[in-house]
Design a protein around this ligand. Sequence first.
Ligand code: ZN
Length: 183
Amino acid sequence: MLLHLDGKKHQIRVLLDTGCSIVLLNSQTLEKLAIPKKKRKRAHSIESYTGESVQGAGQFYTEPMLLQHRKHCAKEKFEISPMEADIDAFLPFDWITTHLPQGAWTNEEVRFNSAECMRECTWYETGPFSLTWDESIATNPSARVIGYVSAAAEEDPLKAVPMEFRQYLGIMGKEESDALLEH
Ligand SMILES: [Zn+2]
């Protein structure tokens, strides 16, 4: 798979592991690709299949990063853990059931092209310009500024729209969106 980082793509070896419960990244891969990591105040315990706590795991994690396989894109936060050298990342049971591999048993090459994945896991949906809901916006007092713009009693509402976006007004207008809904 390809791991996107600061506009660069890195090829990484990923193991789909139904016995694993978290998205994991090899600490060696993290060092090699100089991926920024975040530290927890208190380390979480990550256990191996024998039930023992994995030394060096559970303390660091990454920001969400784009993971691409052909046209399939998914954004994942990785827990950092030491692991065997020839695997860069583990994708857990949850991931596999969300992005059901197609042809895994009958084909040499796995594809993630279920109907859901074709719809949800596109570059457009997960890429750098996708919109995500920020939970903090409901409680952040400065976020209310967004409300003022739409409620502003401008005599000409067009003035509230920056010049470079005015060309898109035609595709954002209410009439046009109503027309689209009827299809
Ligand atoms: Zn998918």
